[in-house]
Design a protein around this ligand. Structure first.
Ligand code: URA
Length: 211
């Protein structure tokens, strides 16, 4: 698809996310959608589970602490994050549990929310046509590989999904949690080890134009 058409189609997807009527009917789901970022011409898509508080505020994926760890890791591996990746989530709205204090606690999206928002990720994937999709966390892995997919046992392996390579790895928030639980970098090491595998695929291909 010509680049100009890609940005037109992406804009249409974004407008449809903004207008999603069904998303509005869900309880415990934020009303400020979070749009994809990065390069729609990239060879690799990064797919997370769903936005958190910071992402909802900024309306961009992976801009909080987990996002900083992700960017730091990818930059250290030699990637230019805005050029080499298209970054999105399984669901575009924050899923939360209201607390008595009035604050909101992030919670995983429900199957109902995932199914309602399914069309957006389907359309993004059809538009970007990545060679490779890196899924971050179990829910994102399961979106592509089925609900029985087990991340702990199978992270860092390549799968084929409709002709696209899928590499499931940990969610950067899980890496942060493992540090907090006393792990001295073991999970980060595995995360980097998984992500290093995509370098060869991406860098041997002609570099895409920044979107
Ligand atoms: N976690 C996600 O899965 N996605 C984001 O955008 C941020 C945190």
């Amino acid at each position: 698809m010509a680049e100009i058409n890609k940005s037109v189609v992406l804009q249409r997807i974004i407008e449809d996310i903004k207008k999603c009527e069904q998303c509005r009917t869900l309880t415990g789901v934020g009303d400020r959608p979070v749009f994809p970022r990065g390069n729609p011409n990239a060879r690799c898509m990064l797919v997370g589970e769903g936005p958190g508080e910071k992402e909802e505020q900024m309306q961009k994926p992976f801009v909080g602490t987990a996002g900083r760890l992700l960017e730091h890791t990818l930059t250290n591996l030699g990637f230019d994050v805005n050029r080499d990746f298209y970054i999105t989530n399984v669901v575009k709205h924050r899923s939360y549990k209201p607390l008595p204090s009035g604050k909101k606690e992030n919670k995983p999206p429900t199957v109902k929310q995932i199914n309602i928002e399914r069309e957006f990720l389907d359309r993004e994937t059809a538009l970007v046509k990545p060679k490779l999709i890196v899924t971050l966390g179990a829910k994102a892995g399961q979106w592509f590989l089925g609900k029985d997919f087990k991340l702990t046992e199978n992270h860092g392996k390549f799968y084929n999904w409709h002709g696209i390579e899928i590499l499931p790895t940990f969610h950067p928030a899980a890496v942060l949690r493992s540090y907090a639980a006393g792990d001295e970098g073991e999970r980060q090491h595995e995360f980097e080890h998984d992500l290093r595998k995509i370098r060869d695929i991406i860098t041997t291909l002609e570099r895409p134009m920044a979107g």
